[in-house]
Design a binder for this molecule. Structure first.
Ligand SMILES: Cc1cc2nc3c(=O)[nH]c(=O)nc-3n(C[C@H](O)[C@H](O)[C@H](O)COP(=O)(O)OP(=O)(O)OC[C@H]3O[C@@H](n4cnc5c(N)ncnc54)[C@H](O)[C@@H]3O)c2cc1C
Length: 465
């Protein structure tokens, strides 16, 4: 990694800007074992104005600037190809207001996701973005990546709740992308342009979100299957028969094996060759869920080998433990890399079969868990004992083949983890050329000197496409 620290007079910067400044020598590692934060000075601004001063300084001096939230991204988004200054929003974590009358809330973007969700809940409302990294990620990171959650099937993703963002542009100007209103027909949609921009066109400092009223009752069902085809048949039936789950999550048999061993579970979940489906259901009347439970047994009783329901907090936690442990369970076996493809849900089975044959051909192990209701498949490919060169060679081929299949099936290379630095090189093959040109023009418009997150989502070669 190229360092440009010679341009940065840290003491001057700290004094001049009046901002606490740290230099880190520690690499924060993500769950896959990849590096997440470059070794650079990290600034901790406390206000939007301080962020603006830092951006203006970096822009003027052409110093690369990377914004860091919780650093939980799985795409190298906080590891740009040129290290300069890193900006952490951790000290900007205030919840400015939660307004039950308008059903909106305004929050600073360094706020921890779970903290925000819980504060909203205390006000009797719901921000339904319980992403699996909620305890470590930030609101700003969720917006920048356009994160999703298991409940996105029913409730949509973070982008569906953002009404208005305060953004610091690379030259230090501060804008609001919209207004704190739930309806708007004035101007282009700058809010949605910022969401998923991965810190490449602006630093999001504050967000106003729409909130909703939670349903009163919730249950989770767990189906285990003897065969894969039974699982996918039931998955199809769920939708064509008109069921309306809040989430549908999947774990394949290899994933189950890893989690069983990680949790030292010798018996709770039987050895299920076909994998597991979890579904979350909500209703305002308990009776509706009781009726649903009966209907589920009638419709799926023959295809699933086992159906369980969780109602109490303890049961819910117990049943979700499997789903939530998968990342750590795989990590306990081997370092791995993560593919995050999305296809129409009717094509998931096809994609999964292709992944199996690709990994068999390359002689690597994989496990998959997924927000299958959204057609979003996470595939963890294990390095095991492969040498670095062997691994790099194989993984490149595997990514290319999986991406090609996802595109052929009408999907895209990322459903929720974003492009970042790791998948940037694949855009030229798997993202339409004109779309890439338009993306690049927008990047150049907002960030003509290219100081924000260099190497993330964009690189110099894109300019010449
Ligand atoms: C165990 C685990 C579980 C996960 N589960 C999910 C899941 O369920 N759903 C999901 O979608 N993802 C998931 N992820 C991926 C990741 O947690 C999400 O993408 C999350 O939204 C990233 O938030 P963060 O604050 O950690 O962002 P970071 O990792 O710090 O940053 C992500 C990107 O956004 C940029 N950025 C950060 N803050 C800002 C800002 N304020 N303004 C502009 N740019 C900014 C960064 O420069 C970087 O490019 C998971 C990751 C892990 C490790």
């Amino acid at each position: 990694m190229e360092k440009v620290e010679s341009k940065i007079n840290v003491d001057f910067l700290s004094k001049h800007l009046g901002v606490e400044l740290k230099t880190t020598n520690e690499m924060d590692l993500d769950i896959t074992g990849n590096q997440q934060i470059p070794v650079v000075p990290i600034l901790f601004p406390k206000t939007t104005e301080e962020v603006a001063k830092i951006a203006a300084f970096c822009n003027e001096n052409e110093i690369p600037l990377v914004t860091v939230g919780g650093a939980t991204n799985l795409n190298g988004g906080t590891v740009p190809d040129k290290a300069g200054i890193a900006l952490s929003l951790k000290k900007m974590d205030r919840i400015n207001y939660i307004d039950p009358f308008n059903r909106i809330a305004q929050v600073e973007c360094g706020c921890n996701t779970l903290k925000f969700i819980k504060e909203v809940e205390k006000n009797g409302l719901l921000f339904p973005q319980n992403i699996a990294s909620a305890d470590r990620s930030t609101i700003g990171g969720n917006l920048a990546i356009s994160s999703g959650s298991p409940r996105s099937l029913f409730y949509g993703t973070t982008k569906n709740y953002a009404l208005n963002l305060e953004v610091v542009l690379p030259d230090g100007r501060i804008i609001n992308t919209a207004y704190d209103v739930t309806k708007l027909a004035t101007g282009l949609n700058l809010t949605q342009l910022m969401i998923g921009s991965e810190g490449t066109i602006g630093i999001i400092t504050k967000a106003t979100f729409k909130l909703i009223v939670p349903k009163k009752h919730r249950i989770v069902s767990q189906f285990t299957f003897n065969t894969e085809s039974e699982l996918f048949d039931a998955f199809k039936m769920l939708f064509v028969k008109g069921f309306d789950p809040v989430s549908v999550e999947f774990m394949d048999s290899q994933g189950v094996t890893f989690v069983k061993s990680y949790l030292k579970d010798s018996g709770k979940i039987s050895h299920s060759l076909g994998g597991i489906l979890w579904m979350e259901w909500e209703a305002n009347k308990e009776r509706e869920l009781e009726d649903l439970e009966q209907e589920i047994h009638q419709v799926f009783g023959n295809s699933a080998s086992n159906i369980n329901f969780a109602r109490s907090q303890e049961e819910l936690a117990e049943i979700w433990k499997y789903r939530q442990s998968i990342g750590y369970a795989v990590k306990a076996v081997s370092s791995f890399t993560d593919v995050d493809v999305v296809v129409p849900r009717s094509k998931v089975q096809d994609l999964y079969s292709t992944v199996k044959s690709i990994c068999q051909k390359q002689e690597v192990r994989f496990s998959s868990f997924a927000h299958i209701g959204d057609g979003n498949l996470h595939i963890n490919i294990l390095k095991d004992a492969l040498s670095e060169s062997d691994w790099n060679e194989r993984i490149d081929l595997i990514f290319k083949e999986i991406y090609q299949r996802a595109i052929d099936l009408g999907g895209a290379i990322s459903g929720e983890h974003g492009v970042g630095a790791y998948q940037q090189k694949h855009l030229k093959d798997f993202f339409p050329k004109v779309n890439m040109q338009l993306n690049q023009s927008i990047k150049d418009l907002f960030d003509p000197k290219g100081i924000l997150n260099p190497g993330v989502m964009f690189n110099k070669t894109n300019k010449t496409i």
